[in-house]
Ligand binder design. Structure first.
Ligand code: G3I
Length: 373
């Protein structure tokens, strides 16, 4: 028979051990790591620290010419402490930075650049040649002769890249210039419509002249898997390089959905472009979930986590993969924030800046996979 006092001592000892173990486990749980209380010290490694620069971990900074997420102190706190690299989501697009033909407005872009400098972060510039976010005067260039359009683009690139020389480390020089069938977007891009493919050689040259240290990218979506679009992009890059265009990198936007096919082919896609002697990067990652009932459907958060994990695993495993940027880190400040056509909430934090399962999957991916030498 067990001695009653010894039995009680044993029970107390066991209980203490359980309490100590629970406290120890709690200290390593990711909950609150991104967190809402700026005064609380981080409880565990951030994605940036887990990655150790391979890749650089980045986020888009929400805002435009008239509004800025940087007025939100909780947002600033996360942005400052969790990321190596910032991309102005809209502040360097033509509509914001070059609103009238003879007027530039650097206020929004400068604000992001200042924030990055104060927090020791790198900057990606977005975007120099793109059909989206054009002010009305620039949209009209599509109907004009190349002799008129070319100097306008040259002035834009010299002015904008020149202003951020040594400040913006890398630029999306050409954004979304190829369509799903692999055709150059001469139909909707006014610059391409006026001047065709040769203007891209000029654009890369002008950007290089304005900042010889900047890494110059072609950036696009739906190239994470093989197909006509990535074939065309590869062929285009080969032609541009053959003509002397200083193309240095390919950005994979990675705007994904939980019901997309898996990412098994993504590592080979990264390698395929790295084999051209280029950097590769994930530049605009988000993964929207099914929100048809107004909230994420069952199992969606886990699917989202798996997809973010697969994206990060591919980038972490590719030595040419320089950076991994989320197109916003929280649903409050994301273009996927309010559900559209039943989908949304594509970021790794919710609108209260609480971790979704994605953070755990991303952290595990980084801690379990070393970058190649
Ligand atoms: O500038 C107006 C402002 O005056 C007005 O008060 C406000 C009211 O809604 O709208 C503002 O413009 C919006 C702009 O974002 C700035 O907030 C546009 O309506 C809106 O269409 C625009 O959306 C951006 C979109 O690009 C078009 O530029 C998104 O925020 C941005 O996330 C998205 O980002 C693109 C990348 O640049 C390229 N790849 C795809 C990616 C997602 O579409």
């Amino acid at each position: 028979m067990t001695h009653p006092v010894r039995g009680r001592t044993l029970a107390v000892l066991l209980l203490s051990l359980v309490i100590v173990a629970l406290v120890a486990i709690g200290a390593f749980l990711p909950v609150g790591r991104w967190w809402p209380h700026p005064t609380e010290p981080p409880q565990s490694t951030s994605l940036r620290d887990a990655a150790g620069g391979r890749p650089l971990v980045g986020s888009a900074v929400a805002g435009d010419a008239e509004s800025s997420a940087l007025t939100d102190s909780a947002y600033r706190q996360v942005l400052a402490t969790e990321f190596d690299l910032l991309t102005p989501e809209n502040q360097m697009k033509w509509a914001a930075i070059h609103p009238e033909r003879d007027r530039y407005d650097f206020a929004g872009a400068d604000e992001v650049a200042r924030f990055a400098r104060e927090n020791g972060q790198h900057l990606r510039g977005h975007a120099l040649v793109w059909y989206g976010a054009l002010p009305p005067w620039a949209k009209e260039l599509g109907g004009r002769p190349c002799s008129e359009v070319r100097p306008v683009l040259r002035d834009h690139i010299r002015t904008v890249v020149g202003r951020y020389r040594g400040v913006v480390a890398e630029w999306d020089v050409a954004n979304e210039v190829v369509d799903e069938q692999g055709r150059l977007r001469t139909d909707i891009d006014p610059v391409l419509r006026a001047c065709g493919e040769p203007i891209l050689v000029d654009a890369f040259r002008w950007a290089h002249e304005a900042d010889p240290e900047a890494i110059l990218y072609i950036n696009d979506f739906d190239i994470e898997r093989p197909g006509p679009k990535s074939d065309a992009l590869e062929a285009l890059i080969r032609r541009l390089k053959a003509k002397g265009a200083p193309v240095n990198g390919v950005g994979f936007q990675a705007h994904l959905r939980t019901d997309d096919p898996d990412l098994a082919a993504f590592p080979a896609q990264l390698r395929r472009f790295a084999d051209l002697g280029l950097h590769v990067a994930v530049t605009e990652a988000d993964v929207t979930v099914n929100m048809r009932s107004g909230a994420p459907a069952g199992g969606e958060a886990e699917k989202q986590a798996n997809m973010f994990g697969a994206l990060m695993r591919a980038c972490r495993g590719e030595k040419a993969c320089r950076s991994f940027t989320f197109w916003g880190f929280a649903d409050t400040h994301s273009w996927t924030g309010s559900p559209t056509w039943g989908r949304g909430a594509g970021t790794p934090l919710d609108s209260k800046l609480r971790n979704k399962p994605a953070i755990d999957a991303l952290t595990r991916t980084l801690t379990q996979n070393r970058p190649p030498r």
